[in-house]
Design a binder for this molecule. Sequence first.
Ligand SMILES: Cc1ncc(COP(=O)(O)O)c(C=O)c1O
Length: 406
Amino acid sequence: MPSQLIDVQENAWKNDFPILKKGVYLDSAATSQKPASVIKALDKFYKTSNANVHRGVYELSAKATEQYEGARKKVAQFINAKPWETVFVRNATEAVNLVARSWGEANVQRGDAILATVMEHHSNLVPWQQLAKRTGAKLGYIPLKDGELDMGAALQLLSKRPKLLAVTHVSNVLGTINPIKELITMCHSVGCLVLVDACQSIPHMAIDVKQLDCDFLVFSGHKLFGPTGIGVLYAKEDLLNAMPPFLSGGDMIKEVSLVGASWNDIPWKFEAGTPAVAEAVALGAAVDYLSKIGMENIAKHDHDLIAYALEKLQQVPGITIYGPKDANKRCGVIAFNLGDIHSHDLATVLDQHDVAVRSGHHCCMPLIGQLNVTATARMSVALYNTTEDIDALVNALQECRKVFKL
Ligand SMILES: Cc1ncc(COP(=O)(O)O)c(C=O)c1O
């Protein structure tokens, strides 16, 4: 159970988020709410520094460039990467597509194997299916055992020496924390690269790409208390240098003639066209906000809250909870169904009690199919949630049981 000390902190953090004045928001896995400092950074950029970057020689453009590149440094530091290994993209989906197109088409050939897992979000699944179709490579999947990756099966699949494993750090449905470091070591021992989808881990724990030794890591800014329209691809310097551009056009070139072009240095080689400047600056503000609180404090808070929620939800008669039973093995989200109520109906009634949860397949249709359901409800927490929010969900679920006569 969370300590009283944590409750005091929780409430203080909640006050930083203007939208949270009313209602209970338990859908941060879909997108997080934004602290006032992030909203202010967006507003301030447009009021004081807006100009296109890397182009103008005038003062305002230099200021915009300085802030954009400053944000890159902050984000890089946040994950212990070098700024030139940190590419700004629109979101995690674009980052995966960038790797599948650029690295994939240059390195994967007919007959090669690539690997994903059954618990991947469509964003880390469909781009690999498409790559396999284009190249004639074989896409295999690490299966699940009791809501966790089957590591024995992973070992067997790795004996085929796949070129790359695309794996989520934390499942956005089951909440399972995957043994990412162990997987990376296993993959590297057979020459297989690893792309980590950190969308559901990075808001809840410190991420150090050097310590993980991952080859690629992707996440979306909007799930990390930043704005929409900005995401991050981390890749090892050597890989980025060797990869051909993904999109082409302005800013990603060194020289252009009527017959061809040469490419800019990394990371700009992968940032064609005018980037999301204000959004990058605001993501920098989000990282400042998180660093000030400390990711260790956030990790403890979020873990305690999920442990509390797991315990309370298990006491609701008729509930089915998906994913590991042990709170130490999970993070951020709890997916569930109540009796035979469709999750959309459940979410609608919960909303009538001012509790916002997600319902549906959560962009994980293969996984949902393996759970033998068509949909689930899903609550997810962030640093601003409190035990009172969980109690409100549990009380609202009891009301649902009355409405649906369970
Ligand atoms: C695990 C995971 N990967 C990828 C994504 C895709 O994120 P985006 O839609 O911001 O690209 C999500 C979003 O829900 C996710 O949960």
